[in-house]
Write a protein that binds this ligand. Structure first.
Ligand SMILES: NC(=O)c1ccc[n+]([C@@H]2O[C@H](COP(=O)([O-])OP(=O)(O)OC[C@H]3O[C@@H](n4cnc5c(N)ncnc54)[C@H](O)[C@@H]3O)[C@@H](O)[C@H]2O)c1
Length: 253
């Protein structure tokens, strides 16, 4: 799909991978609506790229409906939806203070998996009402999983389950939405240089780089964004999850 002039939505666009994606989409001519729970960050990214910024908790139905309506009013229904909003809250099944609080597990799943589905379902409903473009395509949805979907470490039960859910979502959603010409893909990054990883102790960071085989460094947000553009551009990419990880395989801890 050629995105020049088309409307796009990016969640988590106030920071990291979402911000890089919003920039790349705008650079390719898309009209971008940037959603983030941190409305100041959403608006800052939007200002920089000439888009629309809106505060939104993707895990909250009313907040998401309202934010998407702002984007629709400015740009029309979006043909592209990229879900990057996410949280990582570590916690052991049984930690020093006893069993993991259920609300900790639930919030991670609520944001990462249910939030992704929430935005995806609303965006897909909008896409369904649009005229098909060249190749009968109506829209493309890219959801952000993680290599933790397959390599979940000790302390990542909540995160890995949420991301496993995002990866598993691609095929049934792509199958269902295929007659409408809407594709669904998941991107599963390895270790990426974003604020999510910033603040890790130096020795942890060195370990992350050491286990990333080639290139022997953290991934760059721009490399994630380039992959999003490639997915949008290539109509055969549908119904699966792609690892973007420099051949890293996370160890148990
Ligand atoms: N950085 C990595 O190494 C890495 C690796 C694998 C997967 N990921 C995934 O990539 C995505 C982006 O992560 P990042 O590294 O750019 O992190 P980040 O913290 O830089 O950005 C995440 C953004 O999501 C926003 N957000 C959080 N909860 C939200 C909510 N409920 N509603 C709306 N926005 C919300 C945050 O405010 C933030 O701006 C996440 O889903 C993350 O799990 C990151």
């Amino acid at each position: 799909m050629n995105i020049d002039g088309l409307a796009a939505i990016v969640t988590g666009g106030g920071s990291g991978l979402g911000q890089a994606t919003a920039r790349a989409l705008a650079g390719a001519g898309a009209k971008v609506t940037v959603l983030d729970i941190d409305s100041a960050k959403a608006e800052a990214t939007a200002r920089e790229i000439g888009g629309v910024g809106a505060g939104c908790d993707v895990a909250d139905e009313a907040s998401t409906i309202a934010a998407l309506a702002r984007g629709r009013a400015a740009h029309g229904p979006a043909r592209v939806c990229v879900n990057c909003a996410g949280v990582v809250t570590p916690g052991k099944v049984v930690g020093r203070k006893g069993p993991m609080p259920l609300e900790t597990f639930a919030r991670v799943v609520q944001v990462n998996l249910i939030g992704t589905f929430n935005v995806m379902r609303l965006a897909a409903a909008d896409m369904a009402g649009l005229e098909p473009l060249e190749g009968l395509e109506r829209g493309v949805i890219v959801n952000t999983a993680s290599i933790a979907a397959w390599d979940g470490q000790i302390g990542q039960c909540a995160y890995a389950s949420s991301k496993g859910g995002v990866a598993a979502l691609s095929l049934p959603a792509a199958r269902e939405l295929a007659p409408l010409g809407i594709r669904v893909m998941a991107l599963a990054p390895g270790y990426m240089e974003t604020p999510m990883l910033a603040g890790m102790p130096d020795e942890v960071m060195e370990g992350l780089v050491a286990s990333t085989l080639f290139p022997h460094r953290l991934g760059r947000p721009e490399e994630f964004a380039k992959m999003v553009l490639a997915i949008i551009d290539n109509p055969m990419l549908n119904g699966s999850a792609i690892r973007l990880d420099g051949a890293v395989r996370m160890p148990p801890q």
